[in-house]
Design a binder for this molecule. Structure first.
Ligand code: NOJ
Length: 898
């Protein structure tokens, strides 16, 4: 195949107008693989060894005589892992550690059939099979006799064996041992070590995932342009619809068709490109015999080919077989971990700016929220709070009494977050620098000297978070005795951790820098931020003796970062396009496990006009992580600075977020325990409706709410797709009823935030918002029941103390289920395990979809006489509201409506 020409996108000019970031043509390993030729691997069927943990076979490439070992491990959760490595490499190749949460329980493989051309292995009572073809080598994964995924269907398997450096390198024009980009030289001490493979996803025409790009939800065909890149980079105000890798990477592709969702997880942390090719029809030409024979039953013509190319490591990929999206989420969470259960305060509103000037400024902003009756939980300090950009210190003039400042906030149950970046100012007079240097905690350059690069403090060195001892040391830096001026209400923000190196290639660390264990940076680049996040979260946990949940926001991330905290999408711009793109960006992150995510509300760069600011607050209030943030050269934009109309609209958006926190918290419980993302593309809930497969502008919050934030200036109407032909939808502000299966043109004004509750669901809300989450915890609840066409509904509510690990260690939680059928609403326990009691009461129940005015509503609490409840019936919108109930939510009770 010829190398691709004419990239249409993805070049980001730096200040000098030159291209700062590489495109695929600038990457030697990508050029080598694309130019090929395709290699001719044959699978040596006689080498098959079946062991407890799967099968092993050898692969041989005729031309180069390369021998590879293929290991195949099927797992109990309906996933199958394929690992390919050299049989006897001259050095161990890098395998990504610390991302997978453990060895998943494997299944025993059986030989189902064997011919001279192929061998078929099966597991889970024959339902799942792997059929492997000798030549050309193919590996097909079948479910119930249907081929779902074919590995190497286009012969793209590529694996560069490690070799000793030739004593004389005459002409290194293939950049095997040395590569230059602009004026940066990359010396490849191990020579070429790249790898690649292709997968055919049969019958699929919609693939998603691969964050982080500023792009739409459905991945695009890359045939006419740049591949998607996964290489964590500090890209300020990234171009939209660009395939350049941004701050973090999750190498997971999720493919969906009406009857199946599958995933391909490519566990590799080096520079990676991915090409996607959608085919409307199966190409007949060049069809190899095995492909012809695989047609066990008629299939649709569609397919998607995904080609992964990585600079180093081994091939380690896991195919997740679904078949439903919910099963796929669990399979992925079992592999890389579940979302950490956030402390409740972190689901409230966060107020950030680069920078709040000093202690008086912080107190004034804090007081401003009270004065304007806007709830918020956390105020943030950016880099200027430090003494000369030395993290873990405070500017003595601006923040002389940091602990007292935190106590001032904590009296109102509010928190503070400070930034802590991975670069450490080179300053031999600073004890923390000396400790890191003397403890061997810095990354080295290729000559073995401590690596130095430039970042905010000027000349800096970079902590080697890949080293467990460095992580332990860094974690200890967060203890109250070491981190002077910190208190238990101080939390942390990890920024610039791609890592950003202002004078480095592509503004990051050179690939030939050296980490703990002698590993080159190229092997683990995409893990750098993940490891800092890990050490920071550990530090916050340890400072409380392991009893309190940490909160850490990170900019850079990798698969598994969900176990550690939250991420945000980085430096966006205050324009309508960036507001719009924040929706698919958050959905993509959510699909790939990173459930606690959000975009800077208002836009980081430039000044939003008041309308954009209001719309951004409304949208941000419906995203998992909700923080307003702005750059140092923007105008101040606290919510009350734009006149009463704007203040009121922002106040309403934030208050509504607080009212909905019982629901959000419950969704996070399900992310934490079942891997279900709180926000989901529509197709996750409506997997058979193709009209939902490319929907970027609206999404589901849990299974119950459909959100369609306004992202157009001057909008008078908004087009809303209400999926599901047999669904009923209720506009949550007007209680108006709509039938599903159609689009609607909804009139909007500045206050309108289109949100619909799905018939058949129950959503718990707080009856007020208080001043912060601690206040809201004491408030009574309202339960909104939205009836479906069978006049039934159900939903859950999760409760715990909101901050500690007692829900885990002592089972101090309560999971309640509300279910309504035949006019009777039950409140029951949904978990045998939970033991958490609280005084929270349900004050009111609103039932939407009630056809006629009832005559009675009786409340039964076991052991007490039943009492009749007062109610009002709004005939125009078929809504029944039961008031003054005051029944404890952790107790069982029924309400009978006749
Ligand atoms: C870059 C981050 O993305 C931004 O949020 C922060 O304000 C600046 N660094 C300064 O720390």
């Amino acid at each position: 195949m010829a190398a691709k020409s004419e990239p249409i996108i993805s070049v980001v000019p730096n200040d000098e107008g030159k291209e700062k970031f590489k495109n695929s043509e600038n990457a030697a390993f990508y050029r080598r693989q694309i130019q090929g030729p395709n290699l001719e691997y044959r699978l040596l069927l006689d080498s098959l060894v079946l062991a407890e943990k799967g099968a092993r076979l050898e692969l041989l490439e005729d031309g180069t005589k390369t021998r590879l070992l293929l290991s195949l491990t099927p797992c109990k959760s309906d996933t199958v892992r394929i690992v390919i490595d050299e049989i006897r490499p001259i050095k161990t190749r890098y395998r990504v550690p610390d991302v997978l949460t453990g060895e998943p329980p494997s299944e025993q493989l059986r030989v189902e059939s064997k011919t001279k051309d192929s061998v078929t292995l099966s597991w889970s009572s024959g339902r799942h099979q792997v059929r492997m073809w000798h030549f050309p080598f193919r590996l097909e994964v079948l479910c119930d006799q249907e081929v779902i995924v074919t590995f190497n269907s286009k012969d793209k398997l590529w694996f560069e064996s490690l070799q000793n450096k030739p004593s004389q390198l005459e002409d290194d024009k293939n950049s095997l041992w040395r590569e230059t980009f602009r004026n940066f030289e990359d010396i490849k001490a191990n020579g070429p070590s790249s790898l690649g493979a292709d997968f055919c996803l049969h019958g699929f025409q919609h693939v998603y995932g691969l964050p982080q790009h500023a792009d739409r939800l459905r991945l695009r065909d890359t045939s006419d342009g740049e591949p998607y890149r996964l290489y964590n980079l500090d890209v300020f105000a990234a171009d939209l619809y660009c395939r350049l890798g941004l701050y973090g990477s999750v190498p997971l592709i999720v493919a969906h068709k009406p009857d199946r969702t599958v995933g391909v997880f490519w566990l590799n942390a080096s520079d990676t490109f991915i090409n996607i090719q959608y085919s409307p029809s199966d190409p007949r030409d060049g069809e190899t015999p095995p492909v012809k024979r695989r047609r066990l039953r008629p299939q649709t013509d569609a397919q998607t080919d995904v080609h992964w190319l990585s600079e180093s490591g081994v091939i380690d990929c896991t195919i997740l077989l679904g078949p439903a999206p919910q099963q796929l989420f669990r399979q992925y969470a079992e592999l890389t971990g579940y979302q950490a259960m956030p402390p409740l305060f972190s689901l409230g509103y966060h107020q950030c700016r680069w920078n709040y000037n000093d202690e008086a400024d912080v107190k004034a902003v804090d007081a401003g929220f009270d004065r304007h009756e806007i709830p918020y939980d956390v105020i943030w300090l950016d880099i200027e709070h430090t003494d000369g950009k030395r993290y873990f210190t405070w500017d003595p003039a601006l923040f002389p009494k940091p602990a007292a400042l935190q106590q001032h906030l904590e009296k109102k149950k509010r928190k503070m977050v400070v930034i802590s970046d991975p670069h450490i100012k080179v300053d031999p007079d600073w004890p923390l620098y000396r400790e890191a240097r003397d403890g061997g905690h810095f990354v080295k350059d290729r000559e073995g000297q401590i690596f130095r690069g430039t970042c905010w403090p000027g000349e800096s060195s970079y902590l080697d978070f890949s080293c467990p001892e460095t992580r332990a040391w860094y974690s200890r830096c967060h203890s109250f005795d070491k981190y002077k001026g910190s208190t238990a209400s101080l939390f942390v923000w990890n920024d610039m951790n791609e890592p950003s190196v202002f004078n480095g290639p592509e503004q990051t660390m050179p690939k030939d820098a050296v980490h703990h264990g002698g590993w080159e940076h190229r092997e683990l680049h995409n893990l750098y931020g993940f490891y800092q996040h890990m050490a920071t979260a550990d530090g916050l946990m340890s400072r409380s003796g392991g009893s309190e949940r940490p909160f850490v926001l990170t900019r850079s991330f990798f698969a598994g970062s969900q176990r550690l905290g939250a991420i945000w999408t980085g430096d966006n711009v205050a324009t309508w396009e960036y507001l719009k793109i924040s929706l698919p960006m958050v959905l993509t992150l959510s699909l790939t496990g990173i459930a606690f995510c959000g975009a800077d509300v208002g836009g980081f760069v430039k000044d939003p006009d008041p309308e954009l600011l209001v719309r951004w607050y409304q949208a941000g209030a419906l995203q998992p992580f909700f923080r307003g943030h702005s750059a140092n050269d923007t105008k101040r934009r606290e919510p009350w600075l734009f006149g009463e109309e704007v203040t009121a609209a922002i106040r309403t958006a934030i208050q509504q977020r607080y009212c909905l926190l019982p629901f959000w918290y419950t969704l996070f419980h399900f992310a934490h325990t079942a891997g279900l993302p709180p926000v989901r593309p529509l197709w996750v809930e409506f997997p058979r409706e193709e009209s939902t497969f490319t929907e970027d502008n609206q999404y589901m919050i849990g299974g119950a709410l459909l959100a369609c934030p306004v992202t157009e200036p001057g909008a008078q109407t908004v087009k809303v797709l209400l999926p599901g032909y047999d669904e009923i939808w209720y506009d949550i502000s007007s209680a108006k009823t709509y039938k599903g299966g159609k689009s609607l043109s909804l009139p909007v004004n500045l206050d309108t935030v289109p949100v619909f509750q799905r018939g058949g669901s129950v959503v718990c809300r707080s009856t007020g918002s208080g001043t912060c989450t601690a206040d809201y915890q004491k408030l009574p609840l309202d339960v909104t029941v939205a009836l479906n066409s069978q006049a039934s509904a159900d939903g859950e509510l999760y409760l715990d103390d909101g901050h500690s690990f007692q829900y885990r260690d002592k089972k101090a939680f309560s999971l309640r289920r509300f279910s309504m059928a035949s006019g009777r609403l039950l409140c029951r326990s949904a978990s045998e395990e939970g033991r958490f009691d609280c005084d929270t009461v349900v004050q009111s129940v609103s039932i939407m979809g009630v056809k006629s005015k009832p005559t009675t509503a009786n409340v039964h609490v076991p052991g007490a006489k039943s009492v009749s409840a007062s109610f009002e019936f709004l005939e125009a919108c078929c809504k029944l509201k039961l008031n003054n109930l005051n029944v404890r939510v952790t107790m069982d009770w029924d309400i009978q409506i006749n």
